[in-house]
Design a protein around this ligand. Structure first.
Ligand code: NAI
Ligand code: MG
Length: 338
């Protein structure tokens, strides 16, 4: 085990699906030397902190983490853990691949990636209320900002990702026709960066609303999509829906300081502790993590095992229309991988 990595099991179904993922990683002898740390409700219960210092220190040291879903504590004045992590490590890029694995589902042969800007845009949440006629919130305002530097590096990230992963095309998704300054800057900088990749990676452009429609009518035309924070959030949930929902959707938050891999779904309190959670989203995140550290060989093996088990169709969790529990699926995957 040569690569130190931080492991946060998470809340709700987190520990169940993390156990499953670690078992499968062990089965292929993955190189990660785990440093287990707390966050979320587990952190609040243990040390009254949803993001303890030791957890942050560990990620600072390893620069690499896998994270189960965290329950955001309601009340108590705790700040969102995911937002804190993004800021702490400058995680400007949110990478969300969408790939069809389940045969016979609504959409087959989909293989696209959304690169979402993760720090700026409307999620910078610069909000303001204006009182009027005794109503303290007569008018509510929300602003966003986008820097030229950020536009440049997120689009560059998308083109570099395309080059490294043998992808042919990057689509810049924007609303520059209406949001002329913020989205206009994104488009302007995007075109500039695209010019540098001319002849190596194709560039294309879409206005976000048309893109949403086309993602449903003809998703196959897309390869890599790069877009701003809010649009990326919405479109990546849409694309998760194309291939079987949240139980199949992995994601990564990446900067030069750290890379944190996770499932897109939350802690699923409604099924926590029942042994029925689908571990595949978190497992697909682990596969991304293996590719990130250059272990394409192991990533390919796990991908193949997932495809084999899911295609055979006998062992599927309830969210995929089956009756298998987390442990049944884990056992089937372990057998398929060895
Ligand atoms: P959720 O994603 O936890 O659950 C939504 C629905 O999908 C539920 O019916 C759940 O049972 C099902 N589901 C989710 N993952 C599943 C899996 N792996 N297998 C089978 N079924 C699955 O969203 P919800 O209920 O809105 O949020 C619950 C908690 O999770 C909240 O505290 C929220 O703040 C947190 N959350 C954390 C995230 C993170 O840490 N990255 C992301 C989203 C939510
Ligand atoms: Mg979202």
């Amino acid at each position: 085990k040569t690569i130190p990595a931080t492991l946060i099991a998470g809340d709700g179904i987190g520990p169940e699906i993390m156990d499953s993922v670690v078992e499968i990683l062990d089965a292929v002898d993955a190189p990660f030397a785990w440093e287990a740390h707390l966050a979320g409700m587990a952190g609040v219960d243990a040390v009254n902190d949803p993001l303890p210092k030791q957890t942050i220190e560990s990620i600072r040291k390893t620069g690499l983490a896998i994270k189960g879903p965290l329950t955001t504590p309601v009340g108590g004045g705790f700040k969102s853990i995911n937002v804190t992590l993004r800021q702490e490590f400058g995680l400007y890029s949110n990478l969300r691949p969408t790939k069809s694995i389940i045969p016979g589902s609504r959409f087959e042969n989909i293989d696209l990636v959304i690169v979402r800007e993760n720090l700026e845009g409307y999620y910078a949440a610069i909000e303001h209320v204006i009182p009027m006629d005794g109503d303290p919130r007569a008018i509510a305002m929300s602003g966003g900002f986008l820097s030229r530097k950020e536009c440049n590096r997120i689009v560059r990230f998308a083109f570099d990702y395309a080059l490294k992963n043998g992808r042919k095309k990057v689509t810049l998704v924007h609303k520059a026709n209406i949001i002329k300054q913020m989205c206009g800057l994104f488009l302007e900088e995007g075109r500039k960066v695209a010019e540098e990749y001319k002849g190596r990676v194709e560039v294309d452009e879409r206005i976000v609303d048309a893109c949403a429609m086309q993602l449903v009518t003809n998703p196959w035309q897309f390869d890599v999509i790069v877009t701003t924070n809010l649009f990326g959030d919405i479109l990546s949930d849409l694309t998760a829906g194309l291939v079987g929902g949240l139980g199949m959707a992995p994601g990564a938050n990446i900067s030069e300081k750290a890379a944190i891999f996770e499932a897109v779904h939350g802690s699923a309190p409604d099924i926590a502790g029942k042994g029925v959670a689908n571990p595949l989203a978190l497992l697909l995140a682990a596969v991304m993590m293996l590719r990130h550290v250059g272990r394409q060989d192991l990533a390919d093996r796990i991908d193949a095992a997932i495809a084999k088990v899911i295609t055979a169709g006998e062992v599927r969790t309830r969210d995929l229309g089956g009756t298998a529990g987390t442990k049944d699926l884990t056992a089937a995957l372990k057998q398929a991988v060895s």
